[in-house]
Design a protein around this ligand. Structure first.
Ligand SMILES: Cc1cc2nc3c(=O)[nH]c(=O)nc-3n(C[C@H](O)[C@H](O)[C@H](O)COP(=O)(O)OP(=O)(O)OC[C@H]3O[C@@H](n4cnc5c(N)ncnc54)[C@H](O)[C@@H]3O)c2cc1C
Length: 372
């Protein structure tokens, strides 16, 4: 069906009963009652109006890499954001080192990272190989290997469905914390992200904060040879991700997932102490890291959710029917072939229950559940 909203220049094709599973990395779930791709900012009002006039719930998706779609699908309109284009609206700041990239929300995230690295711009190299769209990155403040997008996002351009206008949200207004922002928190469902502006550093050194990366380059760093380049760090990150099933590689069943299924729990120092004592009484040491202080008044610690899963009786490769745990990473729940959303949710429930029984911690899922 062709839909012309209030704007006669805006004609959108609205499809009916579109299966959503093939549009997601986990590949489970039913169909969208209505489905449209948003390729131009000008069409955003028309799409919103289509849903409003029919009183349909609207769901906005990007690359589908962080979604669990219900078997019953989505009863309203699914709007897939496909706005492209990477521009450099302003190339220099006073120092000449900061480079601003304006990235269409529908641009494949890793394509943007590749381009930034090729242009010798630092700030997102450790986020290489993360699937999904650029527009999806602010939503859960995507992070990996010592970087998160909040480090480089300058502003987010979005359609505000409450105010019915396009707004530019500067970074402080986005409320970024560990795997959270206003977009998946206080203002969930309010904004359709159209573009994201990232400020990168021309000629900047790659970030080597993360232990896995330091290990990868250990020999070289020890011998005081030339430090790795941005491109080498990008390749190393992709290689490490591939070994963990965290890179989408055709034919690798372990990456038919939504990435990490559970967030690393953040505990007060007191609660962490008790947990560590409990682990120690079993001769175990639980991996943990200090959590960012700005988020909390008191010091807190982030605990490895993967460790908790593995030490609650769920080994890598554990399977219940068509749902399972990746053979390469304890945090990735995978669709082993023809899983339904209910199989994935059943396994999620079993793991949450097991971890709570063993350690008294309720793991919080990371993906977005759609239509449940
Ligand atoms: C193999 C694998 C590895 C992964 N590794 C990581 C990792 O290392 N770190 C990490 O943080 N994540 C990781 N993820 C999760 C996922 O890739 C990211 O969260 C990604 O940013 C999601 O983007 P997306 O475009 O696919 O969003 P989707 O999955 O389509 O949507 C996710 C959420 O964002 C919202 N959304 C998406 N686009 C827009 C938009 N334009 N406007 C408004 N809302 C929008 C949706 O409504 C939904 O709530 C991984 C996933 C997989 C499958």
């Amino acid at each position: 069906m062709e839909w012309t909203g209030w704007n006669p220049n805006s004609i959108m094709t609205i499809q009916e009963n579109v299966p959503l599973a093939p549009l997601t990395t986990l590949q489970v779930g039913g169909a969208a009652r209505y489905f449209a791709e948003l390729r131009r900012e000008d069409d955003v009002r028309g799409a919103e109006q289509f849903a409003k006039t029919r009183e349909l719930p609207l769901f906005v998706m990007g690359g589908g890499s962080n979604l669990v779609i219900a078997d019953s699908g989505w009863p309203g309109l699914v709007l897939k954001i496909a706005i492209g284009g990477i521009t450099r609206p302003e190339t220099e700041d006073a120092t000449g080192n900061a480079v601003l990239f304006s990235v269409g929300a529908g641009v494949n995230w890793d394509d943007f990272v590749a381009q930034a690295v090729a242009q010798n711009c630092a700030g997102v190299e450790c986020l290489s190989g993360i699937p999904g769209s650029a527009g999806g990155t602010p939503v859960q403040n995507v992070g990996a290997y010592g970087q998160e997008v909040a480090d480089t996002i300058e502003s987010v351009r979005a359609f505000d469905m409450k105010e019915d206008r396009i707004v530019v949200l500067p970074k402080p207004a986005c409320g970024f914390h560990y795997r959270s922002s206003i977009f998946n928190g206080a203002e969930r469902g309010r904004y359709i992200i159209l573009r994201v502006n990232y400020r990168l550093k021309r000629g900047g050194a790659p970030s080597l904060k993360y232990a896995d990366l330091q290990r990868h380059f250990a020999a070289r760093l020890a011998e005081n040879r030339t430090p790795p380049s941005l491109a080498e760090v990008r390749e190393a990150v992709r290689e490490i991700r591939r070994s963990k099933g965290m890179l989408i590689v055709p034919g690798d069943d372990d990456c038919r997932s939504a990435g990490s299924f559970f967030k690393n729990p953040v505990l007060s120092e007191e609660r962490f102490k008790k947990l560590a004592e409990r682990a120690a009484s079993n001769g175990l040491e639980i991996p943990s890291y200090p959590a960012a202080r700005s988020q909390h008044k008191d010091a807190q610690r982030k605990v490895s959710a993967a460790w908790l899963v593995e030490h609650s009786g769920f080994a890598k490769g554990y399977a219940v029917g068509a749902a399972g745990i990746s053979h390469k990473h304890a945090l990735a729940l995978i669709n082993r072939g023809d899983a339904k959303a209910s199989d994935i949710v059943g396994l999620k429930d079993e793991i949450q229950h097991g971890v709570q029984e063993a350690w008294g911690i309720l793991l919080e899922p990371e993906p977005v559940f759609v239509g449940f």
